[in-house]
Design a protein around this ligand. Structure first.
Ligand code: 3PY
Ligand code: MG
Length: 264
């Protein structure tokens, strides 16, 4: 059975960098899987991508030696089960606000005795290049489970959330976190409430030994966050990279307009 080197890196205290795939495109997934990122996350929360396309992309990404992850549309057992059973090597679950939310993630993502994931499927084992029996016995040690911290309620409940057994890390959603603090959405800011929230989560995560992650806008921001000790770094998205480069070309040529280009 293949091994999830991203999970191992996080456990070893190392950093790991990836990006979001927001296009519903196996071609884009294939090409991005050769770009050198450790992992790629198929984004299902804010895109039209179907479970079927996601499954194709998990296989394509895994075949290139890159770890296929998925941000599920919402924290439900059905979402988590379907993406793991069709070959994702890990999940990123949005809007965790309470210990009960975190426990529900673990129940859906881990097989007994840690959780109550249901037995079934073929593509999970195929993507790990093994047979289903081996997958069932080893999946709890290979599947990466990341909780998104992106709401003030999560900041308040962070200690009880991060102490749930079976989670591998947390990942800050800076845009939603700003929004939930009543500020304009942004990847970064000097806003005191935002910075205090991040510092509090970092301190609790460190105390509990839970790796930290965050979404950033570009490579320089990734370097800064890694230097601060963040380990699981998502840099923008393939769409953000494509549009930023396109806008650089059009602005150099003096054409087009300066409409904001979304980073993810
Ligand atoms: C956010 O910034 O809210 C995110 O969800 C990033 O992935
Ligand atoms: Mg978000």
């Amino acid at each position: 059975m293949r091994s999830n080197f991203v999970r191992k890196k996080l456990k070893a205290g190392e950093s790991s960098v990836g990006t979001w795939l927001t296009l519903s495109s196996p071609t884009a997934a294939h090409l991005m899987a050769r770009a050198g990122f450790d992992w790629l996350t198929i984004e299902l929360e804010h895109t039209p991508t179907s479970f079927e396309t996601a499954a194709v992309n998990f296989a394509i990404i895994g075949a290139q030696g890159t770890v296929p992850l998925c941000r599920v549309p919402w924290n439900t057992g059905e979402n988590i089960k379907r993406v793991l059973d069709t070959g994702a090597w890990g999940i990123i679950v949005p809007m965790i606000k309470s210990r009960a939310d975190a426990e529900a993630v673990v129940a859906a993502a881990r097989y007994a005795p840690l959780g109550e994931r249901s037995i079934g499927g073929q593509m999970h084992a195929a993507n790990f290049d093994t047979d289903p029996g081996t997958y069932y016995s080893r999946a709890n040690e290979e599947i990466l489970v990341i909780l998104m911290i992106e709401h003030v309620a999560a900041i308040e409940n962070i200690e009880s959330i991060l102490s749930v057994p079976g989670i591998d890390g947390y990942f800050i959603g800076p845009n939603d976190l700003h929004n939930s603090l009543g500020k304009p959405p942004a990847f970064e800011s000097d806003d005191k409430d935002f910075c205090d929230a991040l510092a509090h989560v970092r301190a609790v995560g460190k105390k509990l030994g839970i790796p930290s992650g965050i979404h950033v806008a570009d490579a320089n921001a990734a370097k800064r966050r890694i230097a601060e000790g963040y380990q699981f770094i998502a840099v923008a998205s393939e769409t953000g990279m494509m549009l930023a480069n396109a806008r650089e070309i059009t602005s150099t040529l003096g054409i087009g307009s300066d409409r904001t280009v979304a980073k993810y």
